[in-house]
Design a binder for this molecule. Structure first.
Ligand SMILES: Cc1ncc(COP(=O)(O)O)c(C=O)c1O
Length: 390
């Protein structure tokens, strides 16, 4: 039985899969069972940012796998210590909690925000305001925090204490904050919602408002962080820092890891025993992620991401000028979206036949999140196929 039939027969049918099974990855390329080569413009949805099987990440995983794979968080390990200190050195944060996925990192952030006020004598503050069209994960709390109704159907009642305001409207946020609010949570660049960046000045206004009201600001950088937008963290583009930030996806370049970073002040919400997970920050996961941060965190690497992002966006703009079916071009760095009048699925399927992997979101938006090591000539090849399809 082949992989496709076996999967369809034995795995829960919760994903709309395209009819390809991949057996190998190398850099920006994937190979299917017939050894056909594909250029990957999705990178496992903003995960394999250094490309598939990057030699340094493979080497770090292999070395650590042969040395020490798992130790309980009842003890200390060197890779976890090194990754935590590196993330703090490279960011606004003072402390890190390690998890295994994006949803888990966000769960930790939600719990920290609530407990911070419970502990600090403002017990009435437990509500979190998030954005319409946001996506924060599929666990019950992160689904409750997500501003998209379609993925909530069938799961009610959800967790109480979340409300939603339109993204990029500071007035709506101002009206929603009251004495029960503990935090505002948002993606600096919305991913699943349609590649929608925060407007200039918006994040700064949100930061000021949170400071004025004495509430916490959480940035979910699970998709837009780790160099994806051309700076190590997307909020650097806006010159604003949060109190809490979540990371996952590209942090391990495919090895599962999530992280919640916080300032010393916000981190006081947690103390001994208040949060835990068995696999959080294993030596294996953190050794892989440390290598990722070392590479992506280099300014010369990030400068190249910015350059290629500008190049790619310029080419998408040219398509917009040429074809009336293209409604908009959005995004930052190498997280880009092309909004069509309809039918993103058609383009996704046709491009797959031609050997390109992209994906469609919100029915009519093509999402591009290639490995950050993509080259201009590879971008040119995709643009030329898209041009003829349009
Ligand atoms: C912004 C954002 N937050 C959270 C998540 C959830 O991450 P995970 O799928 O690792 O649980 C995602 C996943 O797409 C995401 O894009």
């Amino acid at each position: 039985m082949d992989a496709i039939k076996k999967t369809n027969d034995f795995v829960f049918q919760t994903y709309f899969r395209q009819g390809k099974a991949f057996i190998r990855g190398e850099g920006v390329f994937l190979f299917d069972e017939d050894k056909k080569k594909y250029t990957d413009f999705l990178a496992g949805i903003a995960v394999c940012s250094l490309g598939h099987c990057h030699p340094k990440i493979t080497e770090a995983i292999a070395r650590q796998a042969a040395t020490l794979v798992h130790v309980s968080n009842l003890f200390y390990t060197r890779p976890q210590a090194d990754l935590a200190s590196k993330l703090c050195e490279k960011s606004f944060a003072d402390r890190v909690f390690f998890a295994n996925s994006g949803a888990e990192a966000n769960e930790a952030a939600i719990k920290l925000a609530r407990r911070y006020f419970q502990k600090n004598g403002e017990k009435q503050r437990y509500k979190i305001i998030t954005m319409e069209q946001s996506f924060h994960g599929r666990t019950m709390a992160t689904l409750s925090a997500t501003g998209q109704d379609k993925i909530k159907q069938g799961f009610y009642p959800l967790l109480e204490g979340f409300s939603f305001v339109p993204f990029n409207s500071i007035d709506a946020l101002k009206d929603e904050i009251d004495e029960t609010t503990c935090a505002v949570m948002l993606e600096p660049v919305q991913g699943e919602g349609g590649i929608i960046p925060a407007d200039d000045g918006y994040l700064k206004a949100v930061r000021d408002l949170c400071d004025q009201k004495g509430i916490l600001l959480i940035f979910d950088e699970i998709q837009c962080g780790m160099g994806r937008c051309g700076t190590l963290f997307a909020h650097e583009l806006y010159d604003v820092t949060p109190d809490i930030m979540t990371l996952a996806k590209a942090l391990g370049n495919g090895f599962p890891i999530g992280a919640m970073l916080a300032t010393d002040g916000a981190a006081t919400g947690f103390d001994y025993g208040s949060h835990a997970t068995t696999f959080g920050g294993t030596p294996l996961a953190t050794a892989a992620a440390l290598e990722v941060v070392n590479i992506i965190g280099e300014e010369s690497f990030l400068e190249e991401v910015r350059q290629k992002g500008r190049y790619f966006k310029g080419k998408l703009q040219e398509l917009k000028e040429k074809h009336s079916r293209v409604v908009g071009v959005r995004g930052k760095g190498l997280l880009l979206g092309l909004e069509l009048d309809k039918d993103a699925a058609f383009f996704v399927e046709e491009l797959l036949k031609k050997g390109f992997i992209i994906n469609g979101i919100q029915d009519k938006i093509l999402r591009f999140a290639p490995p950050l090591i993509i080259k201009e000539n590879e971008i040119d090849r995709l643009i030329s196929e898209l041009d003829s399809l349009l």
